[in-house]
Design a protein around this ligand. Sequence first.
Ligand code: SAH
Length: 219
Amino acid sequence: MSEPHEDTPEAQMARLILGLRSQGVTDAKVLKAIESTPRELFTPQLFKERAFEDSALPIACGQTISQPFIVGLMSQALKLDRRSRVLEIGTGSGYQTAILSKLARLVYTVERYRTLMREAEGRFKELGLTNVITRFGDGGEGWPEQAPFDRIMVTAAAPGEPTALLHQLKPSGVLVAPIGRGPVQTLRRYTGDGKGGFQVEDLIDVRFVPLLEGVAKEP
Ligand code: SAH
């Protein structure tokens, strides 16, 4: 049982960071980005009290905000540096986008629900994140006009190898994506060998909502 005085937002965040560290998210820059991003801003009112929990939570349009551990692990796996131009597919709440924006130079993010896109844009503005560029559309096609990218992160499960996206990666770039058709997928990292090929690594099992084709129809 935790003492009541431990339950300040700072203490909750400290616990979350400690937990991520113990699960293998050890990159200091990634942990700092998570620590400085108010996750409660990205969760629906109903779940604000659970914003510091290490769990995925429901957001609008039947989607989810990813679990902090997965956000940390994927951000770390992407091997970002301050000069990276990153493409993110699946803006959702914008939480992962906000973390990326603190680790990279520019973040291009694509979402197929207009509602989610608009809400996320409001949060980026509120947080003063000026290096995020949003697009409403089908992220499965990437963002050809802005390609090639140094890094690509997909935050919805691709049914198979994300060929169109791999084509938009620089020769020595890195792409991280959940791959699989079932409820459990494999988080896979593709690292360009500089000659048009890729080294492929399976990282862990994950559960993401599927990457769907086309844009969502909304009332
Ligand atoms: N990174 C998000 C997680 C969002 S869940 C966060 O931190 O909150 C995955 C998101 O991918 C959903 O919002 C879903 O609508 C979106 N998505 C699914 N298929 C897509 C596609 N083809 N193009 C763009 N976005 C897609």
